[in-house]
Unconditional design. Structure first.
Length: 401
């Protein structure tokens, strides 16, 4: 359901994406307006590459955190929330209302409260109400991507424990799951958060305000900047006009499937397609020498109804996940026997095989990551992956029976 602009980073081959983001961290602290730290209010701009994906404005008192979050994906919506604050900066209740721009009526409402060690969510949408109960002790922080006022509140809660490292459970608003984030104080003005998606670095003021965030090693890859305030209603209207003109952001990494027949084998690839968004891809957001999920979101699935040879390596009929190991001089395709997992969950002990890939370039950059299967003759084909100006491929043939 739920995920004024600083100048985003230019795409450059000379400066790796992660390094460019990390160099901004001290600048975020130095450039933040002093009054933004003391008024109990502020605003955040969330960018992904050259795209602004959300803006947020919020006000905090000793008992409440209230805000408006404008989401641009898949289309523009406004989320109004009120969090009731208890002792030690904990959220004890949360109310959320979602509406379209220019409409007063809500399309969805949610209420989160606790009953003992159970988080109870009451969700109403399309005239239907459902209740979701999740094991979550009091003190579990609500998570509503990409609200960074709520992330700031979670960090305040962790820092209130006066420990250098705190592992805090978070509950996904509108969902059934919880996950853990470890919050580590690095210096007097910086914090690191770690989840299954990776690490983020947060610049903090002495009073516990989030001034900026970079996430070069996280799968989210967002840049967050704090401003004193924003006219979120005007920005929402401008984003909605772009939607109406056919320029909606859509799903950030849409799911796609590829189906093909090689000989008598039926093949299926199920994957998600991230976009460049002006970023350096390989050697940047996809680091060299590290296993890559080969797409986004859930691990990329691959199914063959019959046995294959891939670059001469036997692959039995069945379902697998596909991973890659990129390097400037050559790639490997990893076929893994684990299936159904998220794309951050890779276990090398489940590898079936690793296969060298042919590396080439394409003349025009491909904005979205694309997997294709190109049949070659009656019993062979090529599995190829293209993003930016890079293309890697392997030869596929049906195994002799």
């Amino acid at each position: 359901m739920l995920a004024a602009r600083p100048a985003p980073l230019a795409r450059t081959a000379a400066v790796p994406f992660a390094l460019a983001l990390l160099t901004l961290l001290p600048l975020l602290v130095a450039s933040a307006p002093a009054h933004a730290q003391d008024t109990g209010s502020g605003a955040f701009v969330v960018t992904l590459g050259h795209d602004t994906i959300a803006v947020e404005r919020f006000t905090r008192t000793s008992t409440t955190l209230t805000g408006d979050l404008v989401l641009r994906t898949p289309a523009t919506r406004i989320v109004h929330y009120t969090a009731t604050l208890g002792t030690h900066a904990r959220v004890t209740r949360m109310d959320v209302a979602v509406r379209h721009v220019g409409q007063a009526t809500t399309t969805q409402t949610m209420t989160l409260r606790w009953s003992g060690d159970t988080a109870v969510q009451t969700i109403t949408a399309s005239g239907k109400t459902r209740t979701v109960r999740t094991a979550a002790p009091a003190g579990t922080a609500p998570w509503l991507f990409p609200s960074y006022a709520l992330i700031e509140q979670a960090v305040r809660q962790a820092l209130a424990a006066r420990q250098d490292s705190v592992t805090l459970p978070l509950i996904v608003l509108g969902g059934r799951g919880t996950f853990a984030t470890t919050i580590v104080r690095l210096t007097h003005d910086s914090v690191r958060t770690t989840t299954a998606s990776g690490d983020s670095r947060l610049a903090m003021s002495p009073t516990g305000d989030l001034l900026g965030l970079v996430s070069p090693t996280s799968t989210e890859k967002v840049l967050v900047t704090r401003l004193p305030t924003l006219d979120v209603e005007a920005m929402a209207r401008a984003f909605a006009r772009r939607d109406q003109a056919g320029h909606a952001l859509g799903t950030l990494s849409p799911r796609d499937t590829v189906r093909a027949t090689v000989g008598g084998a039926s093949l299926l690839v199920d994957y998600s397609r991230p976009a460049m968004r002006g970023r350096t891809i390989f050697g940047g957001i996809v680091p060299w020498g590290q296993v890559w999920r080969t797409g986004a979101n859930a691990a990329t699935g691959f199914t063959t109804s019959r046995g294959l040879t891939i670059n001469g390596v036997a692959v039995p009929a069945g379902s697998y996940t596909l991973w890659t190991l990129p390097s400037p001089n050559g790639w490997s395709l990893i076929i893994n026997k684990q299936t159904g997992q998220w794309g951050t969950e890779y276990h090398a002990d489940q590898d079936l095989t690793r296969i060298p890939m042919q590396l080439s370039s394409v003349p025009s950059p491909a904005e979205r990551f694309t997997i294709a299967i190109d049949p070659r003759g009656s019993d062979a084909g090529v599995l190829q992956m293209t993003w930016d100006t890079t293309r890697v491929s392997v030869q596929i043939a049906e195994s002799a029976r």
